[in-house]
Design a protein around this ligand. Structure first.
Ligand code: ADP
Ligand code: MG
Length: 475
């Protein structure tokens, strides 16, 4: 049987899927289309230049292995970069980009159909003169990319943010939705993108607004009978950043007006950046048509920072404040405050304040007391890491086994219990629980919770697991 681009690519995908996390697979491989096979050269279409760069940087090895398996040692990969306007006016024009030879998998010079730059649409409703009104961006210059340290937990979101800042409205990350738990840097990153755009494109109108303030303004405008002015004001913005859009939940009027503003901006190639404390799948009381638009671009999660990133953030903060702190205290803080960067910063500030007001040296003892005070309220909330540890210990396996892909029954059960307790004892979303417990999706977590519920009513032994573990976790 002769090979087609599609059959070759499907085989590559099957191999790749087995070898990387499902999150990475979904993000970076599902959006790719195989378009052409000539001899041993496979052409694949990727959504953007950034996408292509990311693949080259992170996945070129596995791509090479997969493709060589399929097409032999002379295999070549050709990227075709497509940036399409989601509205479907696909009139590509062609541009050459220089071949990237960073990899030994030869990337060739490719024809790049780029988005057609449509002429500025005139808004017939623009209030005369409003274009001359200077709109204050409401950006905090301290929240910039330099002060936003990179780590495993934020790499995707940060890189996507940078890509958007380089070409607002010109990447497929539109909207860019940054989501993640409290204090993990959503607001900081959203500002950083805006600040960077202002820097690179001073003529662009950038506006940062919290969803809460947006809602208040909207309600005001309805009261004052100038809803249209409100809409027009937002429609002339080039880069709109709306923070905490989960706050629109249940607010039908505001959602409706935001829907129209969003469509107008998106249609005109303007950039929209959103943040939320939940993934789109976990948002409640947000209209479907709005949710589906949130998913048009890229949703990038901010996860809990790992130990090294926590240390780097602490050191950076100390450096900026011109304060020195012994290494063991930095480590102590990084070890004890794990799930919220704002709290980490708060503890550093209290520690510095205590030591300078009371003219005392910063000691481990002082640090311990402050951390105890500082994270008291969160201390009782168990972390997902802790739950996984307790469950693994209970079943005498290690956490890696619990997270592994195996279908062995006792391991699956342990994993399902960990998911169940994560849902029960933390505020994390289903998606976030899934990503922290072996890179599963929200549906898997939901299924786990139901299975545990069922089994604990029908199976005595299982009931005992649940009771034992509940005791251990709430002790
Ligand atoms: P969120 O909006 O997700 O609740 P914020 O953006 O307000 O979180 O971040 C909380 C604090 O943590 C801020 O002071 C921010 O500067 C800091 N912070 C978050 N992420 C980082 C990072 N990657 N590097 C440095 N500081 C960070
Ligand atoms: Mg915030």
């Amino acid at each position: 049987m002769s090979k087609t681009a599609e059959s070759v690519w499907n085989n590559c995908l099957a191999f790749i899927e087995d070898n990387i996390t499902s999150q990475a697979y979904k993000t970076w491989f599902e959006p790719i289309n195989a378009v052409k096979l000539t001899d041993t050269a496979l052409s694949i279409q990727v959504p953007s230049k950034f996408f292509y760069e990311w693949l080259e940087e992170h996945y070129v090895k596995i791509l090479k292995v997969a493709l060589t398996k399929e097409l032999g040692p002379t295999a070549k990969l050709v990227y075709i970069i497509r940036m399409e306007n989601t509205y479907g006016n696909k009139q590509p024009f062609t541009e050459k980009i220089p071949s990237a030879n960073r990899s030994n998998l030869q990337s060739q010079e490719v024809d790049v159909p780029l988005k057609n730059k449509s002429p500025e649409l005139k808004n017939p409703f623009v209030i005369p003169g409003i274009r001359n009104v200077k709109i204050e961006s409401q950006l905090n210059p301290n929240y910039n990319f330099d002060s936003f340290l990179e780590g495993e937990s934020n790499r995707l979101a940060r890189s996507a943010g940078l890509a958007v800042a380089n070409k607002p409205g010109g990447t497929s990350f539109n909207p860019l939705l940054v989501f993640g738990g409290v204090g993990l840097g959503k607001t900081h990153l959203a500002h950083a993108i805006g600040v960077d755009i202002k820097d690179k494109y001073p003529e662009k109108t950038v506006l940062y607004i919290s969803a809460e303030k947006f809602t208040q303004q909207y309600i005001e405008s309805v009261k004052k009978n100038n809803r249209n002015d409100f809409i027009h004001f937002y429609q002339i913005i080039d880069v709109l950043i709306v923070d905490d859009i989960q706050l629109l939940s249940g607010k039908a009027g505001t959602q409706d007006v935001f829907f129209h503003i969003f469509n107008h901006l998106h249609q005109n190639g303007k950039q929209v950046i959103l943040t939320s404390d939940k993934a789109p799948v976990d948002m409640i009381d947000i209209e479907q048509r709005l949710l589906s638009r949130f998913k048009w671009g890229l949703s990038a999660e901010l996860n809990h920072p790992d130990y090294d990133t926590r240390v780097a953030i602490i050191k950076n903060k100390l450096y900026r404040d011109g304060v020195e702190m012994p290494e063991d205290i930095v480590e102590f803080l990084a070890n004890n405050i794990k799930t919220n960067i704002r709290e980490l910063e708060g503890a550093i500030i209290s520690l510095i304040a205590h030591s300078s007001f009371n003219k005392r040296e910063i000691t481990i003892d002082l640090a311990r007391r402050i951390v105890d005070n500082y994270v008291k309220h969160t201390k009782r909330e168990v972390s997902i890491d802790y739950i996984q540890k307790v469950v693994s210990d209970y079943f005498q396996m290690d956490v890696n086994t619990l997270q592994s892909k195996t279908r062995k029954r006792h391991i699956v059960q342990a994993r399902q219990l960990a998911m169940f307790f994560a849902k029960k004892f933390t505020k994390a979303s289903l998606a976030s629980i899934g990503s922290q417990i072996g890179q599963r999706d929200h549906a898997t977590v939901l299924h786990a919770c139901k299975t545990v519920d069922n089994l604990s009513t029908t199976d005595k032994q299982f009931r005992k697991y649940v009771d034992d573990l509940t005791k251990k976790l709430t002790l």
